[in-house]
Design a protein around this ligand. Sequence first.
Ligand SMILES: C[S@@+](CC[C@H](N)C(=O)[O-])C[C@H]1O[C@@H](n2cnc3c(N)ncnc32)[C@H](O)[C@@H]1O
Length: 243
Amino acid sequence: MVNLEKKLKTIIGGIIGSIIGGDVLDVGSGRGEFIHIIKEFKSFNKITANDIEQRSGDFIKEHFKDIDIDFVKADAGDLPFNDGSYDTVCISNSLHHLPELEKILAEMKRVLRDGGNFIINEMFSDAQDEAQMSHVLLHHWFAKIDKIFGRYHDETFKRKQIEKIVKKLELSDHNIIEYCWPIPDTKDTKLIEERTKLIDIGLKQLEGKDEFEPMKTEGKKIREYIEANGFASATSLFIVGIK
Ligand SMILES: C[S@@+](CC[C@H](N)C(=O)[O-])C[C@H]1O[C@@H](n2cnc3c(N)ncnc32)[C@H](O)[C@@H]1O
């Protein structure tokens, strides 16, 4: 665990604390999870949060009153910004939510100025330990629920697939760091209860659907896996590239 805390400190104190953000665009902002990280950059001027859903903007406007932030509702495959308008573009935990991933990454690169930062934060599914696999399995089970409701949500990528995506971007330089959030006791009873309760919440959404029974059976197996192996946050990649 000391190791994990060290890794996290490297990220927060090292790479993140050294980024000069300038004007920052965060694509697929959701509930602003990555905006908390942008706030830890060495500096930034203005943040533009982008999402295809207006509810993301409503949440962000309500929860980030302390910083200069705008929300732009748009499909990131067609961003309403001029070429080179941003000093930093970010996309966090969204790659596996995007059917038109290549188009969106190309748009992000277009609106980034030459020499600007291209930041990707994404969890991956392989090379995780037993407790971390609980996170991966749960995430993939919830991805299936999204699909049942017609929302695009793939399983998370393997580490090598993310590296391939980054290579295709043809950035002039990039730095890849692995990290995960430390969980002091992966077998803590309260933690296990909290995580397994999520399965009940997911099943509630499926009541009346044809998929309820098979998802219940799968959910039961995942619950047993979490109870036996504990729960830890999966390792993610934090990539800072330069255009
Ligand atoms: C899992 S959330 C990521 C939230 C946050 N960035 C994080 O780090 O946790 C993925 C977000 O991508 C948004 N999204 C999906 N397709 C999009 C698109 N074509 N353009 C912009 N945002 C999109 C979704 O609405 C959702 O809020």
